[in-house]
Design a binder for this molecule. Structure first.
Ligand code: HSE
Length: 297
C-alpha cells in the first residue's frame, strides 16, 4: 500500500499547540509485508526499529490487541526534516494508518477517526500537527483528558503559502526547551484574543485580519534568537505584501500567506530567499491540502 500524509504548519502565530493547517507537500510511504523489518530511503540514522513510523504502527496494533507482521517501508519523502513542517507527524499518522489497514476490519473498528487523532497526539505530545496531517485543512485541536478534541475546515484555494526554509535544522525539543515556565498575564491575554481572531479569520475567510491576528507573544520571541535570519525574513515577507507571516511550528521555517495565484508575490519570495547569502533559504510555494492523509491499498 502507499500512504500519503501532508506537511503541516502548526501554531499559526498565537495558537501554540492548538492551531495548524495542512500543506500541499506530502511524504509517501510504500509499505509491504516482508521477511524482515526494513526502512528504506529515509534520512541517515532513522532506519532503526525506533523509527517513528514503526513505533506508531506498533502502538496502533497494541490498541487493537494484535501484532504486526514485519514490514518493509520505503520512504518517498518530500517534507524537509526538523524544519517545522510536521515531518514527524507524517511518520506518526503514516504508521498508524499502515497498522489500521493491515489489521483489517478489527483495525478499522478500533482505530476510528477519534482513536487515530488521540494516539497520534499522545505520541507527538501535542495535536497541532497530527490533526491536520490526518484530516487536512485548517484545524483547531486541544487535548482534554487524553482525548483530542478537534474542529477542522477545508480551506480551498483562496490562499497561497510560501514556506521559507532555512538551510539548517532546529529540533523541536531544543525549541521547546527555551520557552519560559510562566508568562505575564498580559501576554497570555493578548495571545488568547489573537488565537481566537486567527481561528475566526480562517473560518470566515476574512484573510485581511490574519496579519494582525498572527502576532504572537508566547513562543516566537523566545525562538527567534535560535534562527539566524528569522527577523529579516519576517520583515522582508511583510514588506513584500504578505497577508500574514509566522514561525512554522517550532521553526526554523517561516511561513508567509498571500492571496492564491499572486505570482508577483511568489517571485518576491524567491528573491528574498536568494538574498540570504552563501547558504540561501529555499522557497516552497504551496497551497492548503484539504485531502489529508490518503491510503492506496
Ligand atoms: N506546537 C509545537 C511547538 C509544534 O511549537 O513546539 C512543533 O511540533
Amino acid at each position: 500500500m502507499i500512504i500519503g500524509v501532508p506537511a503541516t504548519s502548526a501554531n499559526l502565530g498565537p495558537g501554540f499547540d492548538a492551531l495548524g493547517l495542512a500543506l500541499s507537500l506530502r511524504n509517501r510511504f510504500h509499505v509491504q509485508r516482508a521477511e524482515r523489518e526494513e526502512i528504506l530511503d529515509c534520512e541517515v540514522g532513522c532506519d532503526g526499529a525506533d523509527n517513528l513510523f514503526l513505533v506508531a504502527a506498533r502502538r496502533a496494533a497494541g490498541l487493537v490487541g494484535r501484532e504486526l507482521p514485519s514490514l518493509r517501508v520505503r520512504f518517498e519523502a518530500s517534507v524537509p526534516v526538523a524544519r517545522g513542517l510536521g515531518s514527524s507527524a507524517t511518520l506518526i499518522i503514516g504508521g498508524i494508518l499502515a497498522a489500521r489497514e493491515l489489521l483489517g476490519p478489527e483495525g478499522a473498528e478500533v482505530l476510528d477517526e477519534g482513536a487515530v487523532l488521540d494516539l497520534a497526539a499522545s505520541i507527538e505530545g501535542h495535536p497541532d500537527n497530527t490533526t491536520p496531517a490526518f484530516l487536512g485543512g485548517f484545524a483547531v485541536s486541544v487535548l482534554e483528558g487524553g482525548r483530542t478534541v478537534a474542529i477542522r475546515k477545508a480551506l480551498g484555494t483562496g490562499l497561497a503559502f510560501s514556506a521559507l526554509v532555512p538551510p539548517f535544522p532546529l529540533e523541536t525539543s531544543v525549541a521547546r526547551a527555551v520557552l519560559p515556565a510562566t508568562v505575564p498575564f498580559a501576554d497570555a491575554a493578548a495571545n488568547a484574543g489573537r488565537a481566537a481572531l486567527v481561528t475566526a479569520a480562517f473560518l470566515s475567510g476574512d484573510w485581511d485580519m490574519l496579519g494582525m491576528a498572527m502576532r504572537d507573544r508566547l513562543h516566537e520571541p523566545w525562538r527567534a534568537p535560535l534562527i539566524p535570519g528569522f527577523e529579516e525574513m519576517k520583515e522582508g515577507a511583510r514588506r513584500a505584501g504578505a497577508l500574514a507571516v509566522w514561525l512554522s511550528g517550532a521553526g526554523p521555517t517561516v511561513l508567509a500567506a498571500s492571496h492564491g495565484g499572486d505570482a508577483a508575490f511568489a517571485r518576491r519570495m524567491d528573491a528574498l530567499c536568494a538574498t540570504m547569502g552563501p547558504r540561501p533559504w529555499r522557497h516552497l510555494l504551496l497551497e492548503a491540502d484539504d485531502a489529508g492523509a490518503t491510503v492506496i491499498a
